[in-house]
Design a protein around this ligand. Structure first.
Ligand code: PLP
Length: 402
C-alpha cells in the first residue's frame, strides 16, 4: 500500500470554511458594519431559528457549552450536596459543571456498544440526595432518552441533556436536546455545528426556566432578573421604592447574582448561516460512518453498534483495538490521524480524586478509555480518503512479539 501523499486529519474545519468562505466573510463583515457586537439582532434571529429547528419554546445562546451546563444546573436550583448522575465517559466539562455549582457528580457506567449511560446502572445509583440525571449524547449518539425520562419522572429527578456532541440528531423526528427539562449544546469549532470561537446553547420548553437562564447570562439584570429573584434569593428585595422601580427593568438593575455568558454577534451571524447546512453535514457524517461500518472487516478491530436512523450523527467514529498504542503508530506510519477520547474516565480524573473512586469501579468506561480510538470523521472528508483509511485499517496486523 502506498502511503497517502499528506496526513489525513481527524477533523478539519478549514475545508468547510474554504467552501463557504465568501458567504461567511459577508456575514462577518455585516456585523462589523453594524457596530453591534453583543446580544443584538443576529443573536435574536439565531435563537428563533434554533427554536424552530428543534421545535422547542426557548433557545438561549450562551458563552460556551460548559457555561450552558453551569447555567442550567444553577437555574434548576441545584446546589450544595445535591447528587447528579453523570456517565463516567465524557469530556471533563460535564462533571466539572456539577462541581462548579457545589453539587456532587455520581458516576455511572456506560453501555459497551454505544458509549452512552447505562440505564440499569443508573437506577442503582439513586439516593435520597439525587436531584438530576445528566445523560451525555456521546460521540453523536442520543442516549436512551425514553427510558431515562420515564425513570426520572417516576423518581422526581430533573433531566439535563449534555447535547454538546449531537446537535441535529433525532429519534423518530424528535430532536436531541428536546427530551430533558433542559439541554446544553456547544458551538466549539469542531462540533457538528461549530462557530469560529466559543459559543453555547441552552434549550428548554419551560418559560420559567428560560427566564432564569436569561437572567443568569447577563448578571441577573433587567426584567428577567426581577422575575427570578424570588427563586434565587432567600431575602426580600428592599429596593422597591419609587426611585428604584423606575430602573427596575433596565440592565443596570441587578436582582440576582449571575454570570457574564453571552454569544457575540459575529459568532451568531456565522451560526445563522451554518445552521442551514447542519442536516446535510450530519447526513454526510452518517454516509462516511456507513462506509466504515460496511467495509472495515479486520478481526483485530471491533466496531461499535451502527445507527443510520438519525439517532447518531457521528461527531467522531470510535473503534476498539487491543493494542491501541501499536495501532496509532501504525496509522501514523500510513499518514492517517487518530484520536483518543477520553483516555481517562471522569471518575479517575485527578480533579475528582476527593470523590474516592478507583480503577475497577466502572469497568466498561475504564475498558473503553483504554482501548477505544477514533478515526477521521468530518463532512468534508473525501471518498478517496475514506477508501484509503478503510484499506489501511483492514491491512493492520497485530504485533505478536510483545
Ligand atoms: C465540547 C463539550 C463540552 C463543553 O463545551 P465547550 O463549548 O467547549 O465549553 C461539554 N460536554 C461535552 C460532552 C462536550 O463534548
Amino acid at each position: 500500500m502506498n502511503k497517502y501523499e499528506y496526513k489525513i486529519p481527524l477533523m478539519n474545519v478549514l475545508r468547510q470554511y474554504n467552501i463557504h468562505r465568501e458567504n461567511i466573510n459577508k456575514e462577518i463583515q455585516s456585523v462589523l458594519d453594524s457596530g453591534m457586537f453583543i446580544m443584538s439582532s443576529k443573536v435574536k434571529s439565531l435563537e428563533s431559528k434554533l427554536e424552530t429547528y428543534h421545535g422547542i419554546r426557548n433557545a438561549i445562546t450562551v458563552g460556551n457549552g460548559t457555561d450552558a451546563l453551569v447555567l442550567s444546573l444553577t437555574a434548576l436550583g441545584i446546589r450544595n450536596g445535591d447528587e447528579i448522575l453523570v456517565p463516567a465517559m465524557s469530556f471533563f466539562a460535564t462533571s466539572e459543571a456539577v462541581v462548579q455549582v457545589g453539587a456532587i457528580p455520581v458516576f455511572v457506567d456506560i453501555n459497551e456498544d454505544d458509549f452512552t449511560i447505562d440505564i440499569e446502572e443508573l437506577k442503582k445509583k439513586v439516593t435520597p440526595k439525587t436531584k438530576a440525571v445528566l445523560p451525555v449524547h456521546l460521540y453523536g449518539k442520543v442516549a436512551n432518552m425514553s427510558e431515562i425520562v420515564s425513570f426520572s419522572k417516576a423518581n422526581d429527578l430533573f433531566v439535563i441533556e449534555d447535547n454538546c456532541q449531537s446537535i441535529g440528531a433525532s429519534i423518530k423526528e424528535k430532536k436531541a436536546g428536546t427530551y430533558g427539562d433542559v439541554s446544553c449544546t456547544s458551538f466549539f469549532p469542531t462540533k457538528n455545528l461549530g462557530c469560529y470561537g466559543d459559543g453555547g446553547l441552552i434549550l428548554t420548553d419551560s418559560d420559567e426556566l428560560a427566564e432564569r437562564i436569561r437572567a443568569l447570562r447577563v448578571h441577573g439584570s433587567g426584567i428577567n432578573g426581577v422575575k427570578s429573584a424570588e427563586f434565587f434569593n432567600d431575602f426580600e428585595n428592599s429596593n422597591s421604592d419609587e426611585y428604584a422601580l423606575k430602573y427596575f427593568e433596565t440592565k443596570y438593575n441587578n436582582s440576582i447574582i449571575g454570570f457574564n455568558s453571552r454569544l457575540d454577534e459575529i459568532q451568531a451571524a456565522i451560526l445563522n448561516y451554518k445552521l442551514d447546512f447542519l442536516d446535510s453535514w450530519n447526513n454526510r457524517r452518517i454516509e462516511i460512518a456507513t462506509q466504515y461500518n460496511l467495509r472495515i472487516s479486520n478481526p483485530n478491530v471491533t466496531k461499535c453498534q451502527f445507527y443510520d436512523d438519525g439517532s447518531h450523527v457521528y461527531y467522531v467514529f470510535p473503534i476498539v483495538v487491543e493494542n491501541r498504542d501499536d495501532f496509532i503508530e501504525y496509522m501514523n506510519e500510513y499518514n492517517v490521524s487518530t484520536g483518543v477520547y477520553f483516555p481517562i474516565p471522569l471518575h479517575l480524573q485527578a480533579a475528582h480524586a476527593n470523590l474516592g473512586y478507583s480503577w475497577g469501579d466502572l469497568p466498561i468506561s475504564e475498558k473503553l478509555s483504554k482501548y477505544s480510538v477514533t478515526i477521521p470523521m468530518f463532512p468534508e472528508l473525501m471518498d478517496e480518503e475514506v477508501d484509503y483509511i478503510i484499506d489501511v485499517i483492514n491491512a493492520y496486523e497485530v504485533k505478536r512479539d510483545e
